[in-house]
Design a protein. Structure first.
Length: 840
């Protein structure tokens, strides 16, 4: 009988476990022993943070004793290896158990680096790496109010989110001037910081901690090198990782200068019978802190042990941050370090979106990208980079907002060799083969190819490729919004409406599974708002909302907010103008008349928002919803009343329209305009809804768009009387609200409607679906539930608690500095800030 090779695996993390799976799949000629220092078998460290949103240790586990037993794998938990005898080929555990090997695999991973700060070893000073760490953090949180994460990298931000979910006032302290400096450039870092702060996490950059001392208000005090301090009850170190290479160090295997067990392309260490894989291994002077390269190493090592030749040749380090509400993606050469590389940047500060692509000097290949605030193009961009796909003629179109003609990389454009899941190295061809072999559901493809079972970053692309494959075979595809709901947005809308569902929890319990994600939560928030028009700061809906809604104001680039009262139709009395002037003067706000005929006031600190709004509301103003996805402005000209050319009262119509639709939540913001004649002074043909007076009534234009990629509105109907005009707008808006995707402008929605303008006319004018009566009733109900959200907020003491610069103090944020220009304030520029700070 053939003698089996004895393989001993030290460490049962994600990579060690993957090796066991690979050995299992590749040969029955190995006898595998697994020694795990932890009290449990492998679990999903990548999704560790989900523990704080409800997942249990069992949910996270990747295997179990029964599975290993069924595979014939001998395993020990609480079995830390402390000795390697290379000559006799044996390892010894802490408890003295001895195991012989023919091949030894070190998969010992890494441990969190704790900087040598005096006081670092005190109670409640913790790290974030294992399930035991999570238990310790939960326990400490029970007696803590404030928590600080030291380290603003990818894991630090995840850890901060965890503290937030535990209900602590949360701070992140970062040594560098920006967050996630490894993956994101300075522009992206600034947007990211805003987003993190909007989540309620306070960020302190350029701070070096000197010592941890007893606190006065809290348990501890962090003393920084710039003589400032921060009080906290719990400290979580997330300042990087160090490879667990102690065994290799002690037992004379080759180690890199800065740590890590040196391996060759076959993952062998300096002893040919000992392999190292995962985060403890140093390949080509590089340690990979991600799971995908570890899995690739496990595959290569398993093959080599089984006598097959394969090589590890490095791995892609692109990542997406899995932080609820904050989208961040980093691809390849994000910092543009490749000589000759060029960059395109798109920076939409009002929307908090920053995108950069780095391309080769001849602009044909994508080298890297940074995405903050919107990672919808992550998958496409990653494919361009990984597969060296030729870029379109205007590479910038890849990151510009997609209106007409934007270039997208569909699943069908990908070559068969395209890597779809880089964690498990699954190609497009593997997925096509799975469909060939009879997989007709996504779950089957996942289980058969293992795609998307690692970090999960490829889930959307996997779904695209799979659905594309089914479509090319003529199979009907379901358009589920995400893995938590087997429904499209439209179907969810109908379910919520028909069953009168009022909360996300109720929806997911009845019709979904799991805990929800950054796709289904805001989608539900938008649907609930569109159906019920509830108060936006309702506690139940708050965690689902987009960030500007949280403060009923638009966050500006310097961390202040803008105040935008509604000035319907652009009409305002002298008395109201005086009030705006007085308020602006009293709070020293910058004032600007906008393109939408309103007056914006900039520079309000968060704690100033309530008193400012109180004064405005007392004077008869109401919120302009500048922060919401709802009607912003109805621009108008003076029309027939004053203008020689006017043929209808355009201002009266503008007022009627604005007052009717104000406050209604929609998939995206809406802009309207009304012109008094065809001279079109109000520019109605570039608006979502445009109305132009004619001798006989009104012409209605729909789905226009200004902005970066303008779209001319389509003429929908001519010479309408006022009543029919309003009826059509009611129906169009309800149909849009019901059927558009989240964050889809009307212009893009129109392009996506099968049948386009003609179809919309059939539905709205000819009532082809027999739903017009219902749509009108729905609009009437929404109109009837209007409220000024600022008025409601000022009357609600709980909602008012949000409006503070700091959770634990009434102080203002002294990072906000203005200078004067043209007799008004403006935010200080970076170079001016330095001058101001050093001035005595
Ligand atoms: C919160 C968090 C989020 C993450 N998110 C991502 C992500 O989104 N994407 C991504 O790609 N990666 C992510 N990672 C990194 C990813 O988890 C690691 O790359 C991966 O787990 C490494 O696997 P490993 O098996 O090499 O090491 P580990 O998972 O650390 O496993 C090593 C195991 O070996 C054990 N061990 C050590 N020494 C001994 C010994 N002497 N004897 C016996 N056992 C020993 C350890 O106790 C440990 O259980 C994240 C990590 C964390 C902590
Ligand atoms: S164009 Fe409008 S959105 Fe863009 S920066 Fe100017 S004011 Fe802001
Ligand atoms: S659109 Fe016509 S009515 Fe209105 S201001 Fe211009 S010219 Fe006058």
């Amino acid at each position: 009988m053939l003698v089996k090779q004895k393989v001993v695996v030290v460490g049962n993390g994600m990579v060690g476990h993957h090796l066991v799976e690979q050995l299992q799949a590749q040969s029955d000629n190995t006898e595998v022993t697994v020694l795990s220092a932890e009290p449990r078998l492998a679990y999903d460290r990548v999704h560790l943070s989900e523990f704080f949103s409800g997942k249990t240790a069992d949910d996270l586990s990747m295997t179990n004793p029964e599975q290993y037993e069924a595979w014939g794998v001998d395993f020990r938990t609480n079995a830390k290896v402390v000795n390697i005898d290379k000559v006799n080929k044996q390892v010894v555990t802490e408890t003295g158990e001895v195991f012989s090997y023919d091949k030894l695999v070190l998969a010992t991973g890494s441990y969190p680096f704790v900087p040598p700060i005096p006081g670092k070893d005190r109670d409640h000073c913790l790290v974030y790496r294992t399930i035991d760490d999570l238990h310790a953090i939960s326990k400490s949180a029970e007696t803590s109010k404030v928590g600080v994460v030291i380290g603003g990298g990818l894991l630090g931000l995840e850890a901060a989110n965890a503290l937030k979910e535990l209900g602590l006032e949360t701070h992140v302290v970062e040594f560098a001037p920006q967050l996630m400096g490894v993956q994101v450039d300075a522009g992206g870092g600034a947007v990211l910081r805003n987003k993190i702060e909007e989540l309620g996490v306070q960020v302190h950059t350029s701070k070096a901690t000197n010592v941890i001392e007893d606190g006065e208000q809290c348990r501890y005090k962090l003393c920084f090198s710039d003589d400032t301090v921060l009080e906290t009850d719990l400290i979580l170190f997330s300042a990087g990782i160090r490879p667990y290479d102690n065994l290799a160090r002690e037992f004379d295997l080759e180690i890199g200068e800065r740590g890590g067990i040196t391996i060759n392309n076959q993952c062998q260490t300096s002893d040919a019978n000992i392999y190292a894989i995962g985060e403890c291994a140093l390949w080509n002077n590089f340690i990979f802190g991600l799971v995908a390269p570890g899995y690739a190493m496990a595959k290569v090592a398993a093959k080599h042990i089984c006598g097959e030749m394969d090589s590890f040749t490095g791995a892609d380090m692109s990542t997406k941050l899995k932080l609820m509400g904050v989208e961040v993606g980093s691809i390849g050469d994000a910092h543009g370090k490749t000589p000759g590389s060029l960059a395109y940047t798109y920076d939409d500060q009002p929307e908090g979106v920053y995108k950069k692509i780095v391309v080769s000097s001849d602009k044909t290949k994508l080298l890297g990208a940074v995405l903050v605030g919107d990672t919808s193009n992550y998958d496409s961009l990653l494919q361009y980079m990984l597969n060296g796909i030729e870029l379109p003629e205007s590479p910038e179109s890849l990151i510009l907002p997609s209106v007409d003609g934007a270039v997208t990389l569909g699943a069908s454009a990908l070559p068969d060799t395209a890597t779809i899941c880089s964690c498990l190295n699954v190609t497009k061809k593997d997925i096509v083969d799975a469909v060939d072999q009879g997989c007709t559901e996504l779950a089957q493809v996942k289980s058969c190819t293992k795609a998307s079972t690692g970090c999960g970053g490829c889930a959307a692309l996997l779904k695209d490729v799979f659905e594309n494959e089914l479509e090319t075979r003529g199979v009907e595809v379901k358009k589920d919004i995400c893995e938590h709901f087997a429904y499209s947005r439209k179907e969810l809308f109908d379910l919520i409406k028909v069953e009168q569902i009022k909360t996300f929890d109720e929806l997911i319990e009845k019709h979904g599974q799991g805990l929800g994600c950054e796709i289904c939560k805001p989608t539900t928030a938008s649907i609930l708002a569109s159906i019920y028009n509830d108060y936006i700061l309702e506690k139940l809906h708050l965690p689902l909302q987009d960030s500007n809604d949280n403060f009923l104001a638009n966050l500006q680039k310097d961390g202040t907010y803008s105040v935008v009262p509604r000035i319907a139709g652009g009409e305002i009395t002298p008395d109201k103008l005086i009030v705006i002037g007085e308020v602006a003067k009293k709070y020293n706000l910058y004032t600007k008349i906008t393109g939408g005929q309103r007056i914006d006031m900039f520079g309000a600190r968060v704690e100033q928002l309530p008193p400012i709004w109180q004064e405005l509301i007392d004077a008869g103003f109401e919120t302009g919803h500048a922060y919401g996805k709802s009607v912003r402005t109805v621009k108008s000209c003076v029309g027939q009343t004053w203008c020689r050319f006017g043929v209808q009262d355009s201002l009266d119509m503008a007022l009627e329209v604005e007052n009717r639709y104000k406050g209604i939540r929609s998939p995206h913001k809406l802009k309207f305009a009304v012109s008094g004649c065809t001279r079109e002074c109000a520019e109605a043909q570039s608006k979502d809804i445009g109305i132009i007076a004619t001798e006989n009534g009104w012409n209605l234009y729909v789905c226009g768009n200004g902005g970066m990629r303008p779209r001319h509105a389509d003429l929908f109907a001519t010479d309408l009387d006022s009543e029919t005009l309003i009826k059509y707008i009611d129906r169009i808006l309800v149909f849009y609200i019901k059927t558009a995707d989240r964050l889809q402008r009307t212009s893009v929605w129109m392009e996506s409607l099968e049948g386009g303008l003609d179809y919309l006319k059939q539905v709205v004018i000819d009532d082809s679906l027999n739903i017009c009566e219902e749509m009108e009733a729905q609009m009437a109900a929404l109109v009837g539930r209007y409220q000024c959200e600022w008025k409601t907020t000022l009357e609600d003491p709980i909602a008012m608690q949000r409006f503070k610069s700091f959770v634990n103090s009434d102080e203002s944020d002294d990072n906000i500095v203005f200078v004067e220009e043209r007799e008004q304030i403006r935010p200080v520029r970076e170079e001016e800030r330095i001058a101001i700070v050093v001035e005595p």
